[in-house]
Write a protein that binds this ligand. Structure first.
Ligand code: GAF
Length: 387
């Protein structure tokens, strides 16, 4: 997001509300390199930030009024009272920013109101965390303006609470932490149990490779119910195995754990995915730190097979991206994010990018699927103040 664009967002704020904003902030969407559906099992993830962001121009208010406006949604300014915000009362886009205000106030922070104007470039419904970007940008702006002194991971926890309780979506902590804490040129190795983090240098271009995001344009329909079902199944698995979370099952003890699950076929599949996925994240970190970047390709493919066959959250479009990209010479590919649609990532040699892109587009056309949106993803900055 250029400074010019931040100025435009500020100008629109001024036209809308009749006075200037106190500042402009941005928070990115993300792709996840590896570590899917591990975050609500206290496991490992490895997202990086996209250059696509949610941008917010914000000013404080002292009269208890919260005014919200989005350049991306028709319907004008929505006016709410901060002391009337209550979980489950809002089914609209405003639930994300309002939920953040609710979560901050619930945690004891004296947020007395705000005027907010938002504009986002993160594609919505593409599995690229547009809602986390919306939450984090508002949280960061209010943190700065109200002098709350909260760190990135603390803002992420509050945003997750907003989404879990206020919006009612049982998501983990990955997306909010990615948006708040990622750094340009790096993937974020995150332990979701204690939110300890390591920034892993991830500069594919320097090594002659590229990472493509393929948005299948399949909106993840029914995903909320299915997501919650997977999460409940994982929690059941942990309870049956007598651990706090599936993260506590060591990879070396997976077979023994699966044997103990007896005829719980579905739970066995979910457990196998989560435990092997945590191991894949650790393997990818090891390979990247050893400079063996090309070798992560097959690990990404293993991860996709596990999500498709064990976790059962892929769809024909995502499988087609992976199969076609690999057949056209890609080093690796997998679905990314919550599943049931959304996006896949493809790791390819720079020289193969055009051929891989063309192959995927042609395969989609031949299958009668909507033309996918393909773009290159370079790890970008996390949430920040623009002006
Ligand atoms: C969605 C959720 F929001 C994340 O918390 C995570 O569980 C992800 O799906 C799957 O890895 O993006």
């Amino acid at each position: 997001m250029s400074v010019d664009t931040a100025a435009e967002v500020a100008e629109r704020f001024t036209r809308l509300y009749g006075s200037e904003p106190e500042g402009v902030w941005a928070a990115p969407g993300r792709v996840n390199l590896i570590g899917e559906h591990t975050d609500y099992n206290d496991g490992f993830v490895m997202p990086f930030a996209l250059p696509h962001t949610a941008v917010a121009a914000v000013a404080r208010r002292e009269d208890g009024v919260l005014r919200l406006h989005s350049a991306d949604v028709e319907g004008g300014v929505v006016e709410l009272r901060v002391d009337a915000l209550a979980p489950g009362t809002d089914r609209d886009w405003t639930a994300y920013p309002a939920g953040v205000v609710w979560a901050l106030r619930e945690a004891g922070h004296a947020v007395t109101g705000a005027d907010v104007h938002l504009a986002a470039t993160v594609p919505a419904g593409a599995g690229l965390s547009s809602s986390a970007a919306l939450e984090v940008v508002v949280a960061l702006a209010l943190n700065d303006l109200y002098g709350l002194g909260l760190r990135g991971w603390q803002l992420a926890r509050l945003c997750q609470r907003a989404e879990n309780v206020y919006v009612g979506a049982p998501v983990g902590i990955m997306d909010q932490t990615a948006s708040a804490c990622c750094e340009a040129g790096h993937a974020l190795f995150l332990d979701t149990r204690d939110l300890s983090q390591r920034q892993i240098p991830f500069d594919l271009a320097a090594e002659g490779m590229r990472l493509l995001v393929v948005d299948t344009r399949v909106k993840h329909s029914h995903s909320e119910g299915e997501y919650g079902r997977r999460r409940a199944g994982c929690e059941k698995g942990a309870a049956l195995l007598g651990v706090d979370a599936l993260r506590d099952i060591p990879y070396a003890e997976l077979d023994a754990a699966l044997a103990r699950l007896g005829d719980e076929e579905e739970v066995r599949r979910l457990v196998r995915h989560v435990v092997t996925e945590d191991e894949r994240v650790e393997r990818v970190v090891g390979l990247l730190e050893a400079g063996e970047t090309r070798a992560i390709g097959p690990v990404l493919v293993e991860g996709h097979a596990s999500l498709r066959d064990d976790f059962r959250i892929s769809c024909p479009e995502l499988d087609l991206v992976v199969d076609t990209a690999l057949a056209a010479g890609a080093l690796g590919a997998r679905m990314t994010g919550g599943g049931f649609g959304g996006s896949a990532i493809v790791l390819a040699e720079t020289a193969d990018v055009d051929a891989v892109t063309k192959a995927v587009q042609e395969a989609f056309a031949a299958a009668g699927f909507t033309d996918p949106r393909v773009f290159e993803a370079v790890p970008a900055e996390g949430a920040r103040r623009l002006r």
